[in-house]
Design a protein around this ligand. Sequence first.
Ligand SMILES: C[S@@+](CC[C@H](N)C(=O)[O-])C[C@H]1O[C@@H](n2cnc3c(N)ncnc32)[C@H](O)[C@@H]1O
Length: 481
Amino acid sequence: MCEDFKRALVDHIKNGNIYPGDDKCAWDIEELPVYGRCLIAKRDIEANEEIFRDHPLIVGPRVNNYIKIFCISCYKVLNKLTLCSQKCKFPVCSECEKTEAHRVECELIRSWKLKNENKYSKHLFRALTVIRGLLLTKEESKLINMMACHENSSVQNMEVEKILDEFDELTADSEIVQKLKKISSILNTNAFEVGLPHDSQPDHGISLRGLFPLGAVMNQNCIPNTYYVYNDHKIMIVKSSKLIKKGEQIFNSYTKLLWGTLQRRVHLGYSKNFLCNCERCLDRTEFNSNISGIKCIHPQCDSIMLPINPLVVTSPWKCEKCNFKLDHARASKITDILSKQIFNRISTEPMTKINHYLKNKLANFLPDGNQFTIELKLQIILKMKQESDYIMTIEDYQDIEKYCQDILNIIDKLTMGECFVKGILYHEIAITKIRLSELQGQEMNDEMRENLACLLKKTQVIVGNSISEPKDLKDLLKIYS
Ligand SMILES: C[S@@+](CC[C@H](N)C(=O)[O-])C[C@H]1O[C@@H](n2cnc3c(N)ncnc32)[C@H](O)[C@@H]1O
């Protein structure tokens, strides 16, 4: 079984011209209890080494509430909603409408006899990626049918259920609908979020979903030993975040790394149909990061409360120091109220105001390393300097440098090794230091320049030559190294 699957995967990456050859290939596939098939290191893999590249079998819109409408072929934002003139109901730009790729998709969709053909349908838009699965070659279909999938789960086939009413000739029991449901389950079990290059689309902010068959063999661990980036051609480049010894499993994380255990497990259980029981999930302090913690509510105590059993959603919480206990309902209420307040502020208030709230209010309830505090700090780091009508002060830059350092410290506590966020934070610290020295009228000495060069090179190693490489990175490297 593994041998056939491996052969199909090698053929798939050979088709994309990204197979390094049998002697250089660093991975193998094995079957293990609990996980099913796993990706295993065939030899020792150094930190930051490229492990493999993969190309997508299917790419398309996510099941998302997109704010902007974009062309379904080139993904450029459409300033005005322009639906295909052949009446397949999809938004498509005038260039892409003429292409063979669109003609094939358009004909397939129209063959099911659309109702209301002049009206845009968000459900159809969201189901396009699944529909694209019907247009694969025989070999490609064989490969995706070998991939893991959780069929018969209520959330898995939602995007297919929601388009049945759009057509006269697509009945729930038809063979096509059964095929679509299977493809939907495969996508929901395996797909990755794919970004688009910034350069071609300034402030685009749109992400897609893509099915990368080799990438999808990596199982989940909350301290993964890999991270990945994409290049301009939607190729996924998977690198090691630390030394991976021969025979060890190569892991990815299916959730956000800086979420707490409860959030990660709810996400996995609900959208991925399994629960993770990795070392981090089993440790209530998450390696002393206390990322899920809240400040103890006992008046004389300044310590941190955490769930007693992190694997049980309804576990009571307990203070690390004074042993004060809180039942699950009260602890959830506190975290719910704070997280709602935070996300509400992020979407409505300027970052300067949010920073004030973080320093003067939130710090009374949440410890420095709490997941919501981290989210707020990340937003401030990335967005404060983009705010129009606001000139940042020395204190703002000092806050940003501190927040970057706080998050890096948490990542180190979590023993994460290298990861995507670190690449972004190293660059943010470098540009903040440059701005600070300008504002303070300070000459850069050799030590400061060396420090900057070191940060920028670390960014280069992690996100260099990918769609996430900061636009100014190459110029800064020329100046400081
Ligand atoms: C993307 S696939 C990974 C490859 C899969 N093991 C296979 O055999 O093809 C995801 C599925 O693998 C299993 N899996 C991945 N990580 C796991 C983990 N940490 N614990 C248990 N099952 C896991 C789950 O069934 C999950 O839905």
